[in-house]
Write a protein that binds this ligand. Structure first.
Ligand SMILES: [Mn+2]
Length: 328
């Protein structure tokens, strides 16, 4: 039997590097952290490599949303051997290597045979994110995009919370993997010209069942109703009440566990306070968030957050993003 340490030493002497050694000494020092998202997305990596004249395997097709899964067999039809992989997978999960065909079936490298339906199901699962790197990557991707579109830096640590973690109002991104049929809550903000923004949207992975759709509808109505109530001279407390009234109708009021919003400007949290019992009138020109949420322990949560400017006759909405339920 070979002695492991001896073998390693001998390999080292002959200039052969182990993976850890390679990563620590040769790769990491040249990799800027803010560029990580570029390699986490393999489609993007491929585009960059091709742009730089680096030889990479030809890309036969990219499937990004469930609807495109229908086109899968048409894309694969022309190819006998190919690899199907998630653009943002981790540790090789979700990869199928097809080495040939057997009539209408695909033969994978491990010898199993798959039909079109199984292949489509696999790709559907990839899109649903079950092989994805999880919240950390999504957070990195969001922050990369902020900079790409001119933002100076995030105005606070980006929150991406999935599934039951979405029930934690201040959840931090973790490496928890996405699963189909759950909420993904994203709370983010960016500094632009010295001023902070703040917004939250919650999307559903897959088709939302009745309960999820109802929770979402309650929060959406609450944010819309509260925004209707915003005008200079009105009290922040009355705006907060408007949101709670809607949630009460749905039976969710006690699951809305924080205040409705806050002022923001040079800082992400400024006066005025926008919460229960705040009796000072909202000043004209104040910029505030409206962010009701419903958090169901062990199930998930929904928060929708906009930024509005308090005007004489009402609210001027600064967040252009749709509040319709997005089912991915
Ligand atoms: Mn906020």
């Amino acid at each position: 039997m070979m002695n492991w340490a001896d073998t390693a030493a001998r390999l080292r002497r002959n200039g052969v590097l182990g993976i850890n050694w390679r990563n620590a000494e040769y790769t990491l020092p040249y990799n800027r952290r803010d560029r990580y998202p570029l390699v986490d997305d393999k489609v993007l990596t491929k585009e960059l490599a091709m742009g730089a004249g680096v030889a990479v395997p030809e890309l036969y097709g990219v499937i990004e949303i469930q609807r495109q899964v229908r086109d899968l067999s048409a894309i694969l039809e022309k190819h006998r051997d190919f690899v199907v992989k998630p653009a943002r997978g981790s540790q090789g999960d979700g990869i199928i290597v097809v080495t040939g065909r057997s009539r209408a079936l695909y033969r994978s490298a491990d010898g199993s045979l798959l039909d079109d339906e199984e292949m489509s199901f696999h790709v559907s699962n990839i899109i649903s994110g079950i092989y994805s790197l999880g919240g950390q990557t999504d957070k990195a991707l969001i922050e990369y995009r902020m900079r790409r579109y001119g933002g100076e830096r995030p105005s606070f640590e980006t929150i991406v919370a999935t599934g039951p973690r979405a029930a934690l109002p201040h959840a931090r991104a973790t490496s928890r993997r996405l699963r189909p049929k759950e909420f993904i809550l994203m709370d983010l903000g960016v500094i632009l010209s010295g001023y902070a923004s703040d917004m939250t949207r919650t999307v559903f992975l897959g088709k939302a069942p009745a309960k999820a759709a109802r929770v979402y509808r309650a929060v959406k109505e609450a944010v819309e109703e509260a925004e209707q109530q915003v005008a200079s001279g009105r009290t922040a407390g009355s705006v907060d009440q408007a949101a709670r009234r809607v949630l009460r109708r749905y039976g969710y009021e006690r699951y809305f566990t924080h205040s409705l919003g806050h002022g923001l400007g040079r800082e992400v949290h400024e006066l005025p306070r926008v919460g229960r019992g705040q009796a000072t009138p909202l000043p004209e020109g104040a910029t505030i968030t409206i962010e009701p949420g419903v958090y169901l322990e062990g199930y998930g949560g929904v928060r929708i957050e906009d930024v509005v400017v308090v005007r004489k006759g009402g609210a001027e909405l600064l967040t252009p993003t749709s509040k319709e339920l997005m089912e991915l």
